[in-house]
Design a protein around this ligand. Structure first.
Ligand code: MN
Length: 525
């Protein structure tokens, strides 16, 4: 990775001299297994296949595709992925039980990942077995996998709450039985980085096979603990895209990989410039959306609003960026808000199609935009256009493309709400109808039907506020929509009719989305 794109602290290098870091780390991705175990997440078979291909393209070494014994659909998905002839090795999960392992073998995976609880808490409440019984089951399971000619990863579940002596005994015995890799999971996310370093040091001394980390983020330490594990001898990391996983999730693939690359100088096989698109794919299929401030791949991870920062990064990115955004497939964004300075406003105006702007007018526009930002949380392009037209007297090159001609809705307690809508798109008149759970939903569906593939948007937020009291109150609707590239457009409209206000707000957001797409296309040319 080229160093002119990494602007991290020199202290990392200094501290690194004392560490025995591996030259390369193996990335084991569990997005399709632990990731899917996050409450509310469920991938369809086709989605799993697409995710597996994306992970393969990204360059992960091992894909944990699922838990085949769990259900027929899960078996089918694992089998399909195993048949894809991916570069990555495909792994299936199994308890230390013959039917589980058989399901993995029949699904055709390269690696069987067998696990059994070893902590006293789990032995007592979950398994109802003695330590000796569990040890024998573990050894037998590993032998069974090896007898069938597959690679075997062994996990002592809840390892971090297992007495050290017994844990090391299990690790040594499964190694003797033929385990190719041993994973030391922090199943409940209860370790701190120092403890993790200590524990991995002990396991490293006890066995020779590669050891893996599997950290959970219950205290927000999954990434730190994963890196601590590597510092102490782990050569494999179990991670998930976007940190998806049980409860608070697993260690995030993007954060672990980029930390290894940028902060430790340790290589992985990951094509880091694909991290953002992989993250977005998983957002879409998991429907778990990242907060803007999510590290590296979050929408605001390379966004600058404050005047001082924005001015500086426009001259030289490394002033306020740790790495070049393109290294993770991101783009720098200069956001206009109350902290903006002249340089950001000029940048925004240029992006909107304004050319030469006189300095005194620019200063005036900046002042007005900042005043508006004091009262409005977010400044949208239309605000900038409105103010600039006022101040500069120059028309923006963006005009609404889609306008409303007619809207009719029918609703009631005995019928499915339906809407028919007539739009003007350029010079064309377009008609369409839609149904929905309510009149607003029906209208939104009708609009989407009309626009079809021109712009695909998803309503992500809908806020309705009554401005005055009573049944004749004005409806103030604020909505947010997201396009396929995950750009968010917000719009607001006020009307004495809820449906009308909603439709107007929706059309404003759609116009923004279309104009934005046009602008970015023009820029690319
Ligand atoms: Mn887990």
């Amino acid at each position: 990775m080229s160093s002119e794109k990494i602007f991290v602290s020199e202290f990392n290098k200094e501290a690194g001299k004392k560490l025995k870091m591996p030259a390369r780390v193996t990335v084991f991705d569990s997005t399709l297994r632990d990731g899917e175990q996050l409450a509310g997440v469920s991938f369809k078979t086709e989605e799993k296949l697409e995710i597996a291909m994306a992970l393969d393209k990204l360059g992960v070494d091992i894909i944990e595709a699922g838990f085949p014994v769990n259900s027929q659909p899960e078996f089918d998905a694992v089998e399909k992925i195993a048949n894809e002839k991916l570069k990555a090795k495909v792994c299936g999960l199994a308890r230390v039980l013959t039917p589980d392992i058989d399901a993995c073998l029949n699904a055709g995976v390269d690696i069987v990942h067998v696990f059994v609880s070893t902590s006293d808490i789990h032995l007592k409440y979950q398994m109802g077995k003695t330590r000796e019984e569990v040890l024998k089951m573990a050894v037998d399971a590993v032998k069974y996998v090896k007898k069938n000619g597959r690679e075997c990863i062994f996990s002592p579940m809840d390892a971090t709450r297992t007495p050290l002596e017994y844990l090391l005994k299990v690790c040594k015995e499964v190694e003797k039985a033929g385990a190719d890799r041993i994973n030391v999971p922090d199943t409940v996310g209860v370790m701190n980085p120092s403890a993790t370093r200590m524990l991995f040091g002990k396991v490293r001394e006890a066995v020779k096979v590669p050891i893996q980390t599997h950290a959970h983020n219950d205290f927000g330490l999954a990434v730190a603990n994963t890196l601590a594990g590597v510092e102490a001898g782990a050569t494999d990391v179990q991670v998930t895209v976007n940190g998806l996983g049980e409860r608070a999730g697993n260690a995030s693939l993007e954060q672990v990989v980029m930390s290894l690359h940028a902060l430790y100088g340790v290589r992985t096989n990951i094509k880091t410039e694909l991290l953002s698109e992989t993250s977005r794919l998983l957002e879409r299929y998991s429907e778990v959306y990242l907060p803007p401030n999510y590290p590296l791949v979050g929408k605001a991870a390379f966004a600058h609003e404050s005047g001082i920062h924005a001015h500086a990064v426009l001259k030289a990115g490394q002033t306020f960026e740790p790495i070049a955004p393109e290294l993770v497939g991101q783009k720098r964004r200069i956001v206009v808000g109350k902290h903006s300075g002249k340089a950001s406003i000029e940048n925004a105006l240029k992006a909107l199609g304004y050319e030469k702007i006189e300095q005194t007018l620019l200063i005036e526009a900046t002042k007005k935009i900042k005043e508006l930002a004091e009262v409005k949380k977010q400044i949208y392009d239309e605000d900038i256009i409105a103010i600039s037209e006022d101040v500069i007297g120059q028309a923006a090159k963006t005009k609404p493309l889609v306008t409303l001609e007619e809207v009719t809705v029918v609703t009631g307690n005995k019928i499915t709400p339906a809407a028919s809508i007539v739009l003007k798109y350029g010079d064309e008149i377009l008609k369409g109808a839609g149904q929905g759970v309510g009149p607003v939903d029906a209208a939104a569906n009708a609009i989407q039907t009309i626009l079809g593939s021109t712009v695909r948007i998803k309503l992500t937020e809908y806020n309705l506020r009554a401005i005055t009291g009573g049944t004749d109150a004005l409806a103030d609707v604020t909505i947010k929509v997201m396009d396929e590239q995950k750009n968010v457009f917000a719009a607001n409209a006020v009307n004495d009719d809820i449906v009308m206000a909603s439709v107007q707000a929706l059309l404003r957001a759609i116009n923004d989305a279309i104009n934005y797409q046009k602008r970015t296309k023009e820029k690319r040319k």
